[in-house]
Design a protein around this ligand. Structure first.
Ligand code: NAD
Length: 480
């Protein structure tokens, strides 16, 4: 049994009270490792270490900080296959996805912010005849980063990289459901010369260690990615303490497919945006609106392709979908499918658990599912499912498409398929979403602002937005 450890003050250690939690391999449904069930006292130890390290790290020339971070990134790159295998085992995703997306992206996140900090200039505002204002941007101090299970190392590094690059010391908590690659990252940080106490990784439950991080008075900012309800819980605690908060939350993203689109490309992209990572990407489209003239044709082709998508164990090269992340999550998704039926939906394909053979028989597999016949206000079209489940519906006008797309509490991402340029601009402008992809999906330029509106979050990650978040601006005026 692998024993995952916390990374505190440059050392790997168990929870102070010796308790642990089981960690499952979702492809087989068995426990394969254990993680510390960390508590308040572990957070205290990490904060004390971070406090001692802060003057060293924040005053270190940024070139040196950058070098250490690039060293970390290169060491992940050298062990890419090992990291991809670990991510896949921990999360259930196909190894090919972890190899081509998750781990390379984690490497890019670290390199991107390690170099971005070298180009991060502060602003100045000259006042004619009076003087000049300039903005000092200093690191905040000790910051907390809390991340989810769907893209484990990818989203973990997306937070910790800008936090560290900006000169903060970090107390980070990966999801208890997928802790393995964060643990491997801590081993790499030790090898790569990360100074003690600068970066601390604590494992365990949200209500234990996550809550202790959120409440700690010396942790001055919280960057959180996860569900909207958890974001609300964190905000209720952190806001009255006047902590800086960045919240990347849930979504119920619409895909709008106009009749004038490139049909084959729209179909291919919709397959990906619906079912990549078993539909467990916050940016996946889960409500697909198709203009009526192509509705039946698109539906037929989409259902046929989906029915053929291979659901298999993560190391199977043929697998398009692997396992969903956990038994409770599988049960939740299957419950959502049952609810869709109760609400009057028709399952066009999928709708059930897949039982594989042999050692994978207890794994958590769900057939990709398309549901038709539901109105915009039912729970299936309002609540996040976060699995391989989408609804489809026709629309007649651009106005109707926008109304449907904007009809939920969420506003993270959306996708528009059209060859009419003016329409693309118009629809993009009127969608209530932080991100719009036209004739594409999941194309990511790390410089762009990333985040959602409405209940999908507060603040933006990415590029200089993230460096702004992890620094405190101070205006200085000098009279001429
Ligand atoms: P979650 O909210 O259950 O957990 C996220 C993290 O928060 C975990 O590390 C968890 O341990 C921790 N946590 C839980 N309760 C806590 C508490 N009371 N205090 C502090 N920390 C706590 O989310 P999840 O199930 O891991 O991830 C799925 C959700 O994440 C989905 O809603 C998805 O849309 C969202 N998500 C959003 C984005 C985005 O960028 N907007 C990206 C990925 C995932």
């Amino acid at each position: 049994m692998i024993q995952i450890k916390n990374y505190i003050n440059g050392e790997l250690k168990l929870a102070k009270d010796g308790t642990h939690i089981d960690n499952y391999d979702p492809s087989r449904g068995v426990v394969y490792s254990q993680i510390p069930d960390s508590k308040k006292e572990d957070v205290e130890e990490a904060v004390a270490a971070a406090e001692s390290a802060f003057p060293i790290w924040s005053n270190m020339p940024k070139e040196k900080r950058s070098e250490i971070m690039i060293n970390v990134a290169n060491k992940i790159q050298e062990r890419l296959d090992e990291f991809a295998a670990a991510e896949s085992l921990d999360n259930g995703k196909p190894v090919s996805l972890a190899t081509h997306v998750d781990i390379p992206r984690a490497v890019s996140n670290l390199k991107f912010f390690a170099t971005a900090i070298l180009h991060y200039a502060s602003e100045s505002h000259y006042m004619e005849g009076m003087g000049v204002n300039y903005t000092l941007r200093r690191p905040i101090g000790i910051v907390g980063c809390i991340s989810p299970w769907n893209l484990p190392l990818y989203l973990f590094t997306w937070k910790v990289a800008p936090a560290l690059a900006a000169g903060n010391c970090v107390i980070a908590k990966p999801s208890e459901v997928t802790p393995m690659t964060a643990y491997m990252l801590s081993e790499i940080c030790i090898e790569a010369g990360m100074p003690k106490g600068v970066f601390n990784i604590l494992h365990g439950l949200g209500q234990h260690v996550g809550d202790a991080i959120t409440r700690h008075p010396k942790i001055k900012a919280i960057s959180f990615t996860g569900g909207t309800n958890t974001g609300e819980t964190i905000a209720k605690i952190a806001a009255p303490m006047f902590k800086k908060l960045s919240l990347e939350l849930g979504g119920k993203n619409p895909n709008i497919i106009f009749a004038d689109c490139d049909f084959d490309k729209a179909l291919k992209t919709t397959m990906l945006s619906s079912f990549a990572n078993q539909g467990q990407i916050c940016l996946c489209g889960s409500r697909i609106y198709i203009e009526r003239p192509i509705y039946e044709k698109f539906k037929e082709a989409f259902v046929a392709k989906t029915a053929k998508a291979v659901v298999s164990y993560p190391t199977d090269e043929k697998a398009k979908l692997g396992a969903v992340v956990s038994k409770p999550h599988m049960e939740k998704v299957l419950g959502c499918i049952a609810l869709a039926k109760e609400e009057g939906g028709t399952i066009l394909t999928g709708g059930e658990r897949v039982i594989l053979e042999g050692e994978y028989a207890e794994g958590y597999y769900i057939r990709p599912t398309i549901i038709e016949g539901l109105g915009p206000n039912c729970r299936t079209n309002q609540e996040e499912i976060f699995g391989p489940v989408v609804t489809i519906a026709p629309f007649d006008t651009e106005e109707e498409a926008l109304e449907l797309a904007n009809s939920t509490q969420y506003g993270l991402a959306s996708t528009v398929h059209t060859n009419d340029l003016s329409r693309a601009h118009r629809v993009a402008e009127n969608l209530h979403a932080g991100i719009v992809w036209v004739n594409s999906w999941l194309v990511r330029d790390l410089r762009t602002p990333f985040g959602g509106v409405k209940n999908s979050g507060v603040g933006r990650e990415g590029g200089f937005e993230a460096l702004h978040f992890f620094t405190e601006p101070k205006n200085v005026f000098i009279k001429s």
